[in-house]
Design a protein around this ligand. Structure first.
Ligand code: ATP
Ligand code: MG
Length: 423
């Protein structure tokens, strides 16, 4: 019988990959913390209503991608498809604004969407999120984009482009929707069946369709930027001017809308040429109406999400550099030596010196081969003779130099020797 396999669209992140994931997370956390963001950890399950009310009932996510099911008592619950709604829920529920009107959060974790699995598109994927509450100023939008590009440049990701747009506000967007609807009627023969439905329910979504024919038809779509009210125009101009000031290159993309209903004004996406059709590695924007519409105070908010899976894919080529090879491999011959080796390995471990040992009865040659395969920097060779004589051999695997190290105070001696090599 074939072994049980994981569910389609889900994946394991294995040793060899996790090193890179941790490295990415560390860089992101470093950047967040130096910009005053605090971590928030949220549940994976929420009441389904939270997402229907925030993301929007007529969006792809809510209509067909959510993992929603009744729990044993019949309450409808959903595995979160994104984090912003939950962050807003927590912000309102715990009155996080009461302490300080400005709150900045980051969170990292899995999201679930039942999309068609393909490269860069999974049913469980991971996001790194940043959200800011209480700042209406366009300056923070630019600062978020700056932070995002800082994370990418610290990770040495080349081949990315920052796309920005404004979605206006409830004052100016209706006019644009009308103009868009007029165009949609004239090109409806060219649109996919989803977009024909979207035209009626949520015309902005058509701009977000990935089907090439729809994209073509939308190249002549009116630009929302031509419909912005003076306040929204001013807001967008300040975002652009601030990005220029911060020397962040950007493209204005008139059709950039994003797949969630709650966005207002600034929206942005980081796109890469290295991922084929799944070109968005991060996306975000302002969602000024969301806190209020979920029952909270009328506080502005803005944020972004990085797709961790996609980000890892575009830098995976370099992940070999991140593999942490052992500093010390102890090749022990004979059972007495293995007992000694285990104790040394434990003590070296406590000192933070990464150590591997051999615990089976194998020849020195096969142990040296294993040390080589693991990429150990040094091998300690110990047999019954060495124990008797009170000193072991330490071999530098790169230079092949061998030195003798006294068994008495071995851990301190090794530490000292390694220090000498590093300096
Ligand atoms: P796309 O347009 O590619 O479907 P999206 O607009 O649905 O992305 P968001 O909801 O803005 O994506 O999520 C932010 C980021 O999360 C995306 O830029 C992407 O990198 C990542 N992401 C979204 N959906 C998936 C998925 N199914 N698998 C892997 N990563 C994803
Ligand atoms: Mg999507």
């Amino acid at each position: 019988m074939a072994g049980i396999q994981l569910i389609r669209g889900f994946k394991d992140i294995l040793p060899g990959e996790t090193e890179l994931w941790k490295y990415i997370e560390k860089i992101a956390v470093d950047v967040f913390e130096s910009f005053g963001f605090k971590e928030i950890r949220l549940p994976v399950l929420e009441h389904s209503e939270l997402f229907a009310r925030s993301i929007g009932a007529d969006t792809d996510i809510v209509e067909k991608e959510m993992y929603t099911f009744p729990d044993r008592k019949g309450d409808l619950i959903t595995m979160r498809p994104e984090a912003t709604a939950s962050v807003v829920r927590a912000y309102i529920q715990h009155k996080l604004y009461a302490k300080d009107p400005v709150q900045k959060f980051y969170t990292i974790g899995p999201m679930f969407r039942r999309e068609r699995p393909q490269k860069g598109r999974y049913r469980q994927f991971y996001q790194i999120n940043a959200e800011v509450f209480g700042i209406a100023s366009p300056l923070i939008d630019a600062q978020l984009i700056f932070m995002l590009t800082t994370i990418f440049s610290r990770l040495k990701v080349a081949d990315i482009a920052t796309h920005i747009n404004s979605l206006g506000c409830p004052v100016c967007r209706p006019e644009f929707k009308k103009a868009l609807s007029t165009l949609l009627s004239s090109v409806s023969g060219k649109l996919c069946s989803d977009c024909i439905r979207r035209h009626k329910k949520n015309p902005l979504r058509v701009l977000d369709c990935k089907v090439p024919a729809c994209r073509d038809a939308m190249s002549d779509a009116p630009a929302i930027l031509d419909f912005l009210c003076p306040e929204c125009k001013e807001h967008f101009n300040t975002v652009k001017a601030t990005l220029e000031n911060l020397e962040i290159p950007y493209h204005v993309d008139k059709n950039l809308v994003r797949g969630l209903d709650y966005y207002t004004r600034t929206t942005f996406e980081i796109q890469t040429g290295s991922l084929g059709a799944q070109s968005a590695v991060a996306g975000g924007g302002r969602y000024d109406g969301l806190v209020k519409s979920l029952g909270g105070p009328d506080h502005p908010a803005t944020g972004f999400a990085i797709g961790l899976d996609r980000l890892a894919e575009i830098i995976s080529a370099k992940s070999d550099d991140l593999l942490q090879n052992p500093e010390i491999f102890i090749a022990a011959i004979g059972s007495q030596s293995r007992t000694a080796a285990l104790e040394w390995a434990c003590r070296l471990g406590i000192e933070g010196i990464k150590t591997e040992i051999n615990l089976t009865d194998r020849s020195l040659k096969s142990q040296m081969k294993r040390a080589d395969r693991l990429g150990a920097a040094h091998v300690i060779i110990v047999g019954e003779n060495e124990l008797k004589q009170g000193s072991v051999v330490m071999r530098n695997m790169l230079t092949k130099d061998q030195i003798s190290i006294p068994v008495q105070g071995l851990v301190a001696n090794i530490k000292q020797t390694l220090k000498g090599i590093i300096h």
